[in-house]
Design a protein around this ligand. Structure first.
Ligand SMILES: Nc1ncnc2c1ncn2[C@@H]1O[C@H](COP(=O)(O)OP(=O)(O)OP(=O)(O)O)[C@@H](O)[C@H]1O
Ligand SMILES: [Mg+2]
Length: 468
């Protein structure tokens, strides 16, 4: 049975989490602070450590630093409250496995723990390679929101490993951008990155496409053909829309991942391949497993690490920086320098972006195409976006933030400004909803968890395992 070390200064939480793990066939040992945890580590080894941040005498960060030196192979998960999230992100930069923001859902807790345990089994005793800003390449990934920053931290941490990564998110949220960043920041970066859209290949050709075939193995196979696995040798194979993979092929893919060998259609022998696999899905793959549309064993193999990209409407702080980024991309393409008017920026902030980042990119291109002067005004934006924004009662943003977006999309003061605005607005909506968080979350069109994450600690519920 896997075993987890739980470190928290609240006895209530220790009891709750350990009984939760027990009912899920996971052993646990409780510790009240970092010192007790280090003692427990002297006596036995663990598959995962979960630790609160604020504790005395030894807090979660100090414990983490200790464990990084003494037991770097054990995945470390931090429990954070509002206000310690920055600390948790810093810990991830140094190699922590993940963090959960209190209050969290029981399901999310179990998922993170199971992944941490699976990660330890797969990655084995190799500690994650800590990376620094100097040797990572994220030039083209815009990440201002907390969710995107977290995604980038996971990318940095797992890129150098060969772990399989599942990237989940609605269409246009940037799954391929993240897959490329994983490749670019890995030791495989000089080898091929091959993306295959599983939904675009006809079912009867899929096996030959992925694994190749030999001449005469089926009608139309007039020559030997190399499959994508072979073509990606030494590099990365990105299986986009993995849910579209037919069940029969799911079994074959599982074998390839387990044995690191492929067999061309019609061949009698297999050959070794050295390929790192990344996968993406628009739908929750776990749900497909529950509906028996996706093999569970393959799911576990693929979802060792999962990166979740929230829809753009849930990370409003990314909108203007992305718009600025796309404007500068257009300028690089020789389409001229442009900047957003305050009203245009206001519309971008209000729109809910069902097509996510891709829709935003298209809107900026559209505007630049029709622009005959430097300033992008609302009349240049796609009319659909302008009218949908009119129905969304987000407050108007001040011109200062637009100037900042225009001048420099990574501007620190812009970020602080938006955070401040967001806080004001949250408070406004909350008081309108008479403090009812569920109502407020609905009005804001964000999840309750997101609302909690954004609230000051004093306003969030003190019970971290509360079901939402
Ligand atoms: N964080 C980001 N920074 C910069 N550009 C981004 C970012 N996220 C997405 N984009 C851009 O938005 C567009 C859509 O991104 P991408 O193709 O990665 O989405 P996707 O999730 O794979 O979509 P689909 O599910 O439709 O395949 C691309 O042109 C990409 O360059
Ligand atoms: Mg894609």
């Amino acid at each position: 049975m896997p075993s987890v070390l739980i470190v928290d200064d609240e006895p209530r939480i220790l009891t709750l989490l350990s009984s939760l793990l027990k009912t899920n066939a996971i052993d646990s040992v409780p510790a009240r602070d970092g010192t007790q945890a280090l003692k427990a580590l002297e006596d036995q080894t663990f598959d995962c450590i979960v630790s609160d941040i604020r504790m005395t005498p030894m807090d979660g960060m100090e414990l983490f630093r200790n464990v990084r030196t003494s037991n770097p192979e054990i995945p470390f998960v931090l429990l954070t409250a509002y206000g310690t999230v920055e600390t948790a992100i810093e810990a991830m930069r140094l190699g922590a496995f993940d963090y959960l923001t209190k209050p969290f859902k029981i399901d999310d807790f179990l998922t993170v723990i199971r992944r941490a345990i699976a990660y330890k089994n797969v990655v084995g005793n190799q500690p994650p390679v800590p990376t620094t800003a100097a040797n990572t390449r994220f030039d083209h990934v815009i990440a201002e929101s907390e969710a995107m920053k977290k995604a980038c931290e996971v990318v940095k941490r797992v890129a150098p490993t060969d772990a399989t990564v599942l990237i989940e998110g609605e269409s246009g949220t940037g799954k391929e951008v993240i897959a490329r960043a994983l490749h670019e920041n890995s030791l495989r970066k000089d080898k091929p990155f091959i993306a295959v859209n599983c939904a675009a290949v006809p079912e009867n050709l899929m096996e030959s496409e992925m694994f190749g075939h030999i001449r005469g193995s089926f009608t139309g196979a007039t020559t030997d053909k190399m499959g994508l696995f072979e073509a990606a040798t030494g590099g990365t194979l990105f299986l986009d829309e993995i849910t579209s993979l037919p069940l029969a092929l799911q079994g074959k893919l599982l074998r390839v991942l387990q044995e690191q060998e492929v067999r061309r259609v019609g061949a009698t022998t297999s050959m070794k391949v050295d390929v790192r696999v990344l996968a993406a899905s628009n739908a929750r793959l776990e749900e497909k497993v529950k509906a028996n549309a996706f093999r569970q064993d393959l799911y576990y193999r693929i979802a060792v690490i999962t990166i979740d990209l929230p829809p753009l409407r849930e990370r409003v702080s990314d909108i203007l920086p992305l718009a600025g980024h796309f404007l500068s991309c257009e300028a690089t393409r020789g389409r001229g320098e442009h900047r957003l008017s305050r009203e245009a920026a206001d519309i971008l902030i209000r729109h809910l972006w069902p097509g996510n980042v891709r829709e935003l990119e298209n809107a900026i291109r559209h505007a630049v195409t029709f622009a005959d002067r430097e300033e992008i005004t609302p009349d240049l934006l796609p009319p659909r976006i302008v009218s949908s924004a009119a129905n969304n009662p987000t407050p108007v943003i001040a011109s200062a933030s637009v100037d900042a977006a225009n001048e420099c999309y990574r501007n620190q003061s812009l970020r602080a400004f938006l955070r401040e605005k967001e806080k004001d607005y949250l408070e406004q909506v909350l008081s309108k909803a008479n403090g009812n968080k569920e109502k407020a979350a609905k009005a804001l069109q964000i999840s309750l968890a997101t609302l909690y994450r954004k609230l000051p600690e004093s306003e969030a519920s003190p019970l971290p395992t509360e079901q939402e």
